[in-house]
Design a protein around this ligand. Structure first.
Ligand SMILES: [Zn+2]
Length: 88
């Protein structure tokens, strides 16, 4: 698989006036993110955990759902940022 180009976006975790948030694909093929302003870095799961902590309005429904479904949800949410990042 070809390596996806790195994408940049405004960081969703802090008041970002420039595109400090970077999305890229790691050596293992997993999409990863990094904020150069210091919000951290990680994979889709880390992203969701951090994003959830930020948005406490997220409905607390199936917190006991399987890890698989959490991973799926993380991927979806992560993708939505990826798509926005492409548009920058
Ligand atoms: Zn940030």
């Amino acid at each position: 698989m070809a390596t996806a180009p790195k994408k940049s976006a405004r960081c969703p975790f802090h008041e970002d006036s420039s595109a400090s948030f970077s999305l890229y694909v790691g050596d293992d093929g997993e999409e990863r993110w990094k904020c150069f302003a210091g919000c951290g870095q990680g994979d889709a799961i880390d992203f969701l955990a951090k994003h959830r902590g930020l948005n406490n309005a997220t409905p607390a429904g199936n917190t006991s759902a399987s890890p698989m479904s959490a991973a799926t949800r993380a991927a979806v949410e992560f993708q939505s940022v990826s798509i926005r990042a492409t548009a920058v």
